[in-house]
Design a protein around this ligand. Structure first.
Ligand code: AN7
Length: 391
């Protein structure tokens, strides 16, 4: 399902100067969101995330104009909040009191927060052992009912869809709910505004269940239909993890459908998805835009995560760093050229999954060991030796 906006009548009533007078956020673009005018949005301050120029990382990758759209700055730490503010407001408009989703973690963390804000009951189905620590803590803190499913995300999604079909009072909030994608499309609108009314040459997006890349493409297409964005539109580039890459594989083989992966495996638990619900929309976005799909290994993901954090100060969870890993790979293969304007979407905050980082750390050094290393290097050792007694 897809929401179709009546762009003709929106175009007539729209003054982009109205947008400019509102803060950069999901609700800046209210005219393009399918919510009645009289409804007060359920909001935690979502969207309005920074578009950071990343010259040091760009230098490493060989790209002169690289920017990172840091979705980790959202209220619950991921891009899911864009969709959730619209989805929950829709649920309220429809008079729903109970919402549910299946999740690899971020959707459940976000839904739990917005349901709490709206005063709704919230049930989340998660794959047993497959959700990062920080995300689980969020769902618990916000008071969601947490159901563990034996098996992976794909099974949990199947179960919750079945449950929703049999339970009219339960409102399904996975991205098969098209209202969520309407919120997520605002990322494209923000990037357009942040670049001064222009689109980049390409947008690189991590892909799991494939809702986000579809939503972002919808955003750019609507800007074009409104006459605000002149072609060419950006190439949409989707990145999947090697062990969970059914869409990338379909794209590369030129196939018109995907082969689901029974046992998806990757360190990037957020995108450990073998049977993405929105694969059709994603393939369409990539093909229509002249973009492509690529897959990256766990090693490439973790090394991109370290590079982004240590070169630019942006800490992203592994799934989010897959866009950076994909960018590096595609620059190397020449699919992305050095003078394109590239926006990499970094989808979620690194604190969501601290284990992954701490596990790969060889451990801190003792103070004596530190002093010896200073001594061995010569300079600065004496002043450092004095400072502890002063402290
Ligand atoms: C950080 O939370 O599917 O391609 O259940 O958490 O729109 O699915 C999360 C997905 C990328 C993939 N980056 O986005 C869930 C869930 C992060 C994510 C994705 C997810 P889609």
């Amino acid at each position: 399902m897809e929401v179709v906006c009546d762009l003709e009548s929106i175009r007539e009533g729209l003054k982009p100067s109205d947008w400019a007078s509102r803060p950069l956020s999901v609700w800046r673009y209210r005219e393009l969101l399918p919510i009645g005018r009289r409804i007060e949005p359920i909001s935690l301050g979502e969207g309005g995330t920074s578009l950071h120029p990343c010259p040091r990382l760009g230098g490493m990758a060989g790209i002169r104009r690289l920017m990172v759209k840091n979705e980790g700055e959202n209220p619950t730490g991921s891009f899911k909040d864009r969709g959730m503010t619209v989805g929950i407001t829709k649920a309220l408009e429809l008079g729903k009191g109970w919402v549910a989703c299946a999740s690899t973690g971020n959707t459940s963390a976000s839904l739990a927060a917005y349901a709490a804000r709206a005063g709704m009951r919230c049930t989340v189905l998660v794959p047993k052992g497959g959700v990062a620590y920080g995300k689980m803590a969020q769902a618990i803190a916000h008071g969601a009912e947490i159901v563990e499913v034996e098996g992976n995300f794909d099974r949990a999604l199947g179960l919750v869809i079945e449950l929703a079909a049999k339970t009219p009072e339960l409102y399904l909030m996975n991205s098969v709910n098209p209202y969520r994608l309407e919120g997520q499309k605002t990322l494209a609108l923000e990037v357009f505004d942040q670049l001064g009314g222009r689109a980049p040459d390409c947008v690189v997006v991590p892909v799991g269940n494939a809702g986000n890349i579809s939503a972002i493409w919808k955003g750019f297409r609507e800007l074009e239909a409104l006459g605000l964005l002149k072609p060419p539109l950006p190439r949409m580039i989707g990145i999947q993890a090697e062990g969970a890459a059914p869409i990338a594989k379909a794209f590369k083989s030129g196939s018109s459908s995907i082969d689901p992966i029974e046992r998806p495996a990757t360190v990037a638990t957020a995108i450990r998805i073998g049977k993405p619900a929105s694969w059709k929309k994603a393939l369409r976005a990539v093909r229509e835009s002249g973009g492509l799909m690529e897959e990256v290994s766990d090693e490439e993901i973790l090394s991109a995560q370290r590079a982004l954090a240590s070169k630019e100060g942006i800490f992203a969870e592994p799934a989010s760093a897959s866009s950076i890993a994909g960018l590096m790979k595609l620059r190397e293969s020449g699919e992305i050229s050095g003078d394109e304007v590239v926006v990499c979407v970094v989808t979620g905050h690194g604190l969501k999954d601290p284990d992954v980082v701490v596990k790969s750390f060889k451990g801190p050094m003792g103070f004596q060991e530190f002093l010896s290393s200073m001594m061995a290097m010569g300079a600065g050792a004496r002043s450092t030796q004095r400072s502890p007694s002063r402290a």
